[in-house]
Design a protein around this ligand. Structure first.
Ligand SMILES: [Mg+2]
Length: 394
C-alpha cells in the first residue's frame, strides 16, 4: 500500500474557540461569532454547542438568534484571529517546506520529504497536530491521505479534534454520497441527481468522463492541485451595512475601501488580476453582480477602481432602492504576465509604495480619500476599518 503523504489540518470552530480560550466562562456554551443577535450580517463561526441547534456559518444572524435564543453573540476580533492563524502556519512550516494555506484555519501539508522525521507518517502527523495545538492553544482536526481529496475527507471524518487516516480512498469515495465530496458544488450535485447518480461509485461507472472531470487533479497523487490553479482563484471582499445606504458617495467609499484591501492582498501574494467584479444587494434582497475584464492583468488599486466604478453605477440603475450589501472580487489571477503596457507602471508603483507604508505602519496609515466617508460609520483601527461583517476572503 502506498504511504500517505498529504496531511490536511483544520482548526475546530476557529473564531469561537479563540474566544473560549480568552474567556473560559464561554466554554461549552452556544457561541456565535459574526455580530450581535439583532444585527444584520451572517454567522462567521458557530461553536459546536451552537451547531447542535442547527446554526451554521453563512446563516443570517437573526435566523441564528431564532434557532438558538440562548446563544452568546460576539462581533469577533479578526486581527487577533489572523495573528493566531499566522502562528498556526508558521508551526506547520517547521515540519515541511510545502504548506498550502487554504483558508485562515485550514492547510495542506506535504509530508513527502519529511516522512523520515518519525518512524511512521502517522506518528509524524500526530506530532505536527500536537505541536500546532500546543502553539495555538486550540483543538485541531487532521486527516492523512494519499491525495488531497483523501486527506480532506479524512479530516472531515476526524472532526472535532481527531486524526484519521483514510486507508482505501477509492473505496471510501465510491460509497460516499456526492454532496459529501469536496469539489461537487450544489449545481453539479443537482445535475447529477437528475441523472440518477447519488454516490461516487455510480458516477464512476456510469459517467467515467464526468468523474474524471469532477475530480480532475484532486485525485492525482500527493499534493497535486485540483485544477490548473489560477483560473479558479479569486479574492473577494464584501460587507453588509449597519443601515441601508442610498447615497452614491457613501457606496463608492465602501467600494474604494474593499478594492484597496484587495489591491494590497494581490500585491502581497504576487498576483495580477485580469477581471474585477462588483456585487450589490438591494434592500429587497435582490442581488446582482457584474464583471469586467481589466485592460491588462494588474494589482493596481487605481485600475481596479477604474474598472469597478462603471459596474457599480450600472448595477445601481437596476433598482430604485437603497443597498444593504456591497462586494468586490478580483478574478483570473495569475502569477506573471506577458504584456506590460508602459502606462501601467506608474499606478502600479504607486500601489506598491502605498502597500509598503501600510505594511510598516498598519493598513489605516494611508487610505484612499474616496474611502474617507466611511469614518462616519466605522471605527478605524490600525489594520483597517471595523466593518459590520468581517470581509470574507478566498
Ligand atoms: Mg475550521
Amino acid at each position: 500500500m502506498k504511504a500517505p503523504s498529504v496531511l490536511h489540518l483544520d482548526i475546530d470552530a476557529f473564531f469561537a474557540a479563540v474566544e473560549e480560550t480568552l474567556e473560559p466562562a464561554l466554554r461549552g456554551k452556544p457561541l456565535i461569532i459574526g455580530g450581535l443577535a439583532h444585527e444584520r450580517g451572517v454567522v462567521c463561526t458557530a461553536s459546536y454547542a451552537a451547531r447542535r441547534f442547527g446554526v451554521h456559518s453563512g446563516m443570517a444572524l437573526r435566523t441564528a438568534a431564532k434557532k438558538c435564543p440562548q446563544a452568546v453573540f460576539r462581533r469577533g476580533r479578526y486581527h487577533l484571529y489572523s495573528r493566531i492563524s499566522q502562528q498556526f502556519f508558521a508551526c506547520l512550516r517547521r515540519f515541511s517546506p510545502r504548506v498550502e494555506e487554504v483558508s485562515i484555519d485550514e492547510a495542506y501539508v506535504d509530508l513527502g520529504g519529511s516522512r523520515y522525521l518519525c518512524r511512521s507518517v502517522y506518528e509524524l502527523a500526530a506530532r505536527i497536530k500536537a505541536a500546532a495545538e500546543r502553539e495555538t492553544g486550540l483543538k485541531i482536526s487532521a486527516g492523512l491521505g494519499c491525495t488531497r481529496l483523501g486527506a480532506k475527507l479524512a479530516c472531515e471524518a476526524a472532526k472535532p479534534g481527531g486524526l484519521f487516516w483514510l486507508h482505501d480512498e477509492a473505496e471510501f469515495i465510491s460509497h460516499l454520497t456526492l454532496d459529501k465530496i469536496p469539489g461537487v458544488g450544489p449545481q453539479t450535485y443537482f445535475v447529477l441527481q437528475g441523472l440518477g447518480v447519488r454516490r461516487g461509485r455510480e458516477l464512476q461507472t456510469k459517467y467515467p468522463a464526468l468523474w474524471r472531470k469532477v475530480f480532475a487533479g484532486q485525485y492525482a497523487g500527493g499534493m497535486e492541485r485540483r485544477r490548473p490553479e489560477p483560473a479558479s482563484r479569486s479574492f473577494s471582499r464584501e460587507t453588509t451595512f449597519p443601515e441601508d445606504i442610498r447615497e452614491q458617495g457613501m457606496l463608492c467609499s465602501h467600494l474604494a475601501y474593499l478594492l484597496d484591501r484587495l489591491a494590497v492582498q494581490l500585491l502581497r501574494e504576487g498576483l495580477y488580476a485580469g477581471r474585477v467584479e462588483v456585487k450589490v444587494r438591494f434592500s429587497d434582497f435582490s442581488t446582482f453582480t457584474q464583471r469586467a475584464g481589466l485592460p491588462f492583468p494588474t494589482y493596481s488599486y487605481f485600475h481596479l477602481w477604474q474598472g469597478a466604478l462603471p459596474l457599480l453605477r450600472s448595477l445601481l440603475a437596476k433598482r430604485d432602492l437603497p443597498l444593504r450589501l456591497i462586494g468586490a472580487k478580483v478574478e483570473e489571477l495569475q502569477a506573471g504576465r506577458d504584456i506590460l503596457p508602459f502606462f501601467s507602471l506608474r499606478d502600479e508603483k504607486m500601489t506598491a509604495a502605498i502597500a509598503g507604508v501600510k505594511e510598516r505602519f498598519g493598513f489605516s496609515s494611508l487610505r484612499s480619500a474616496r474611502s474617507m466617508l466611511l469614518e462616519e460609520l466605522y471605527p478605524v483601527e490600525r489594520e483597517g476599518m471595523v466593518l459590520k461583517t468581517a470581509s470574507l476572503t478566498k
